[in-house]
Design a binder for this molecule. Structure first.
Ligand code: CAA
Length: 282
């Protein structure tokens, strides 16, 4: 089935990034959040990203206007009904996501695919709360969504072949590179990446080197575009902590214990770029 309209639940950093790449790829987007202000913030962020692309001559002014015109805000979940593909990008919390997904399933047409952009909640567990779990799948984008090429496509135990095929096809249509993976804590990329970031925080906590030198070491020594501490600030320290907590709980292995400094930073509200202060000031 050709997808013409994508419904996105959550207009935050990830949801608005996904909305942007869908609209630029020529898809209609219905962007849902709990209130008008959240939707307006999301759309303003998209407009400013597209503006930057126009200034860099990566997008024409006409294409920018057309992309923005394809995005429609929606406060009521019922307004998502015309979407052939729905992507939930709300808070990283099992109960909240289950509630949203159940609401979405109630209004979605029977042949639409429902995906979640979760980075840490089990696809199999989320699927359990749905009636038609075969059409439910993980579609995990990376931050910043318009820049990062990867999409992890995650099948839970119940996910059907059709949902997998349609999700891989959509990712390609968005000009992303999808990888198909099975459900497990952190899937594939975060399972490798986030413990590395946590280890960098341990190194800082132990006073072995400054934040700048740890990051420079990893940048110059392993060709990463930004160091692990700067990346933690980009991802959000609360998200890094919650992923480590999932690993620690679900694998039951002490190698996944979150660094105390990470917990302290989160308790202090120093969550990285989004609060203008993390390991660095913004
Ligand atoms: N939205 C859209 N475009 C953005 C952007 C954003 N938020 N931030 C940067 N860009 C674009 C810039 O416009 C610029 O575009 P051009 O090349 O066309 O000029 C390009 O990205 C590079 O940006 P800058 O020159 O400003 O800065 P930079 O070279 O330091 O790049 C970066 C910024 C792309 C974020 C780069 O530092 C990088 O790739 N970092 C690693 C990001 C990463 O690993 N992300 C994955 C996080 S893990 C995750 O997301 C999974 C999870 O579940 C936690």
């Amino acid at each position: 089935m050709e997808i013409k309209t994508v419904g996105i639940i959550g207009a935050g950093q990830m949801g608005s990034g996904i909305a942007q790449v869908c609209a630029v790829a020529g898809l209609n987007v219905i962007l849902n959040d709990v209130n008008e202000a959240a939707i307006a913030r999301g759309i303003a962020g998209i407009a400013s990203n597209l503006e930057r692309m126009v200034a860099k001559q990566k997008l024409s002014a006409d294409d920018r206007d057309a992309a923005l015109a394809r995005i429609r805000g929606a406060v009521q979940v019922e307004e998502l009904a015309p979407a052939g593909f729905l992507i939930e990008a709300a808070t990283e919390n099992l109960e909240i996501k289950q509630k949203i997904l159940q609401g979405v399933e109630r209004i979605a047409s029977r042949d639409s695919i429902i995906a979640t952009n979760t980075s840490s909640v089990s696809i199999t567990k989320l699927a359990k709360s749905l009636e038609h779990a075969d059409r439910f799948i993980g579609m995990h984008f990376f931050n910043p969504v318009p820049v990062m090429g990867l999409v992890e496509v995650i099948s839970g135990v119940q996910t059907g072949e059709q949902a997998l095929a349609e999700t891989l096809a959509l990712a390609k249509r968005l000009d992303k590179t999808p990888i198909a993976v099975k459900n497990a804590p952190g899937f594939v990329v975060n399972r490798i990446l986030v413990p590395m970031i946590n280890e960098a925080i341990f190194v800082l906590q132990e006073g072995l080197a400054s934040a700048e030198d740890i990051d420079n070491g990893m940048k110059q020594g392993t060709n990463q575009p930004i160091g692990p501490l700067a990346l933690a600030d980009l991802i959000g320290l609360d998200t890094v902590l919650s992923i480590m907590e999932v690993f620690y709980r679900d694998f039951g292995d002490t190698k996944y214990r979150p660094a105390q400094l990470l917990k302290e930073m989160v308790d202090a509200g120093r969550l990285g770029r989004k609060t203008k202060r993390g390991f660095y000031q913004y």
